[in-house]
Design a binder for this molecule. Structure first.
Ligand code: 4NP
Length: 157
């Protein structure tokens, strides 16, 4: 089976989606999977992940400091096989870039992987304290575990 390209999407691409990228990439090291992330805004293009995301990643043995923020493009919707958004606003803005129904079907709320059908948001932690980052790490870790299990099933691993 062809390798799977997976994209994590949030607003700034400095807090939630870099963490989601790092968590899933680490869980899928044994699978033919490419994981990347992007933001629906141009606010932080070229910036490293927020230090609070880097910190919660590092205490969980995940390195994300070499990632750099970029803006989501309509080409991403063609290139990637699966696109996971963090919240409702990301969902709406990502779908606006889709050129056809096939690309729209690639876009999913990431927390539906762990809590199917609920369309729950990963809360935006940018203006909160460190506690918010522990919470989003736990939410994303559960979702990425479920995504990994599904990928292992698809790849027969
Ligand atoms: P993210 O968090 O979407 O998880 O990267 C945010 C980062 C920056 C801003 C908002 C959310 N901002 O308004 O600059």
């Amino acid at each position: 089976m062809k390798e799977k390209k997976i994209l994590m999407v949030c607003l700034g691409n400095i807090c939630r989606s870099p963490l989601a990228e790092g968590i899933l990439a680490k869980k899928c090291e044994h699978l033919p999977v490419i994981v990347d992330s992007a933001g629906t805004s141009a606010y932080h293009i070229g910036h490293a992940p927020d230090t609070r995301s880097q910190h919660i990643a590092s205490i969980n043995h995940i390195t994300i400091g070499d990632q750099r923020a970029r803006e989501l493009t309509s080409t991403d919707l063609e290139t990637f096989d699966l696109i996971y958004v963090m919240d409702e606003s990301n969902y709406t803005n990502t779908l606006k870039l889709a050129k056809n129904e096939e690309d729209k079907k690639k876009v999913h709320f990431i927390l539906n992987a762990s809590n199917p059908g609920q369309n729950q948001n990963v809360p935006d932690p940018y203006y909160g304290g460190d506690h918010g980052f522990k919470n989003i790490f736990d939410l994303l870790n559960d979702a990425c575990e479920a995504i990994k299990t599904e990928l292992e099933r698809e790849f027969n691993v």
